[in-house]
Design a protein around this ligand. Structure first.
Ligand code: AMP
Length: 546
């Protein structure tokens, strides 16, 4: 017998309709590429996203067409989030930090029809335009006065295009499984792969972002989205913001420590979300200018994901900012939320140090995501916080396959292999120990490169650290620690190894330490281990090694 409840589809257009009905005056604050801070409201975004839908219709865009963006976080990008998906087209957000050849590949692979771009990317667009096979026209996300002088076919001005249209538009009643947006992963090998989200997956994921044991986004929050809208939809926060009416602050191209700090201070930001790299830049600015964030800012929580939040980062946010770090894990293939590290009532009696030990884990699943860890043969491993294995996930916002790729991705229970290696403890807290391809295999045992890196960045003279496995005659692989020292600080090889002693198992201690000026990063700010392994391919460990 079927229930008798209404079968209303879960649509992205319903999110902005709700925001307009319940939070029309709540602000969206954006630092613009043109310079000034721009203020608008959910009511404005609602009106203009309908104008966007009308403009796309006038351009001949059909349901299912892919519409690309090369843009920072800002109100115009948000209008496209709702306007493009709301009218039934697919918003393809492109990461501008990808290599130009990768951008060319994904635009052609996605068969994008139009490309909207922020002014910062005008030179890139001009350079790549001849290689884009499907793009019928380009839209510069600016007004007439700031139009770039580039030679690309069918160049339009966003403000003219939008303002010429009526704000009257009836969102189509789409099937909730209709594709809504597309994001390519910046894999370290092979071509990028497209993850195709649906209206249903996006709305369900938004509930998880707003849930108290999720990110807990709500109307009382002023959220700074440092996490880019071109990478996994800024962790779904633009949609979730509309769902709950949170005030959103968008940093535009200003991701340096000074710009982020000033936005936090001036806009009284309570919740900030971003990857560890941006917080390192913020810390540098605070330290160099001897600022007093605890006094000057209203920051209460910082959500950190994308790569592991080092313990030292959690401590610094706590001591200097009075802000609690919520560690989160996910991936493009998971919309991205997989786990969130909120504390349980029993942790209230923990000491600060014990709490940090929980916080450094990637957290527990929210309803909707199921996790398991398995060994090399696919057998489930115990959730005892010790056994580590391949982390597998399933759920309504986890991918079932890549766009335009027929390869079967899921195991016989419907789980997707995340490519991460992790432990899960009895309370359900998951901890990433490595990427499957980065784990160091020493004498048949696994050494977690992430644990070693986290321990190393706890040293006050270390700005960044990476650990890779290098070949070893007896042990197959041994860890090599590669360190970027903080400016103006010095630390020796022996000091660092002595510092690590006691923090990790003795046999995990790196066999050598090398110092470098910088480490290679991927387009999404992750350490590029593949490149490091290439760079240190001919490296020989010292004789005394293990
Ligand atoms: P992406 O799809 O580019 O967002 O990358 C997803 C990958 O980033 C995951 O599979 C993890 O390897 C890594 N990752 C994301 N969040 C974390 C985290 N909190 N700690 C460690 N690794 C993370």
């Amino acid at each position: 017998m079927l229930g008798l409840m209404q079968n209303r589809p879960l649509l992205i257009s319903s999110l902005i309709e709700h925001a307009n009905a319940c939070h029309p005056g709540t602000e969206i604050v954006s630092r613009t590429v043109e310079g000034p801070i721009h203020r608008c409201t959910y009511g404005d975004i609602h009106r203009r996203s309908k104008q966007v839908a009308n403009a796309l219709t006038a351009l001949g865009v059909e349901p299912g067409d892919r519409i690309a963006t090369l843009a920072w976080n800002g109100y115009r990008h948000m209008e496209l989030y709702f306007g493009v998906s709301g009218m039934g087209a697919v918003l393809h957000t492109i990461n501008p930090r990808l290599f130009p050849e990768q951008i060319e590949y994904i635009v052609n692979h996605a068969e994008d029809q139009y490309l909207f771009f922020d002014l910062s990317f005008a030179p890139l667009v001009a350079k790549l335009a001849p290689a884009f096979r499907s793009v019928k026209g380009f839209v510069a996300m600016t007004d007439r006065a700031h139009m770039p002088a580039i030679d690309v076919p069918n160049l339009n001005c966003y403000e003219e295009l939008v303002e010429a249209q009526s704000p009257e538009y009836a969102w189509p009643a789409l099937d909730e499984n209709t594709a809504s947006s597309l994001c390519y992963t910046s894999g370290t090998t092979g071509h990028p792969k497209g993850v195709l989200y649906s209206h249903r997956s996006t709305v369900l994921h938004s509930f998880a972002v707003c849930a108290a044991d999720g990110i807990g986004l709500g109307s009382a929050e002023c959220a700074l989205l440092v996490v880019p809208m071109f990478h996994v939809n800024a962790w779904g926060t633009p949609y979730a913001g509309a769902m709950c009416g949170a005030r959103l602050v968008m940093p535009g191209p200003g991701l340096d420590g000074k710009s982020v700090y000033e936005l936090m201070r001036d806009e009284k930001v309570t919740l900030a979300l971003g990857v560890p790299t941006v917080w390192l830049m913020l810390f540098k600015h605070v330290d160099e200018n001897r600022l007093a964030p605890k006094r000057e800012l209203s920051l209460q929580r910082v959500v950190i994901g994308g790569s592991a939040a080092p313990q030292a980062m959690c401590e610094k946010f706590d001591s200097d900012f009075g802000a609690f770090v919520v560690h989160a894990w996910g991936m493009t293939e998971m919309s991205p939320l997989g786990t969130i590290c909120n504390l349980l009532p029993k942790h209230a009696s923990f000491t600060a140090r014990q709490r940090l030990d929980v916080q450094k884990k990637q957290g527990r699943t929210i309803f909707g995501v199921e996790l398991k860890i398995v060994d090399g043969e696919g057998r489930r491993l115990p959730h005892d916080g010790v056994a580590f294995g391949h982390l597998m996930a399933r759920g309504p916002w986890v991918t079932s396959g890549y766009f335009g790729d027929s390869e079967a991705l899921l195991d016989n229970e419907g789980y997707f292999d995340t490519g991460d290696v992790a432990t899960i403890d009895a309370d359900g807290y998951m901890q990433i120990t490595d990427r499957s391809k980065d784990v160091i295999k020493s004498g048949g045992e696994w050494i977690s490169s992430i644990d070693l890196e986290n321990a190393a960045v706890g040293h006050p003279a270390v700005a960044e650290a990476a650990v890779i496995g290098v070949p070893h005659e007896k042990w197959q692989e041994r860890p090599l620690l590669i360190v970027v020292p903080k400016q103006g600080h010095e630390v020796s090889h022996d000091e660092l190894l002595a510092f690590l002693e006691g923090k990790v198992a003795k046999w995990w201690l790196p066999d050598d330490v090398v110092f470098v000026d910088e480490l290679p990063h991927t387009a999404t700010g992750k350490l590029q281990k593949l490149k490091l392994r290439e760079q240190f391919r001919d490296y020989r460990l010292p004789e005394r090694a293990a």
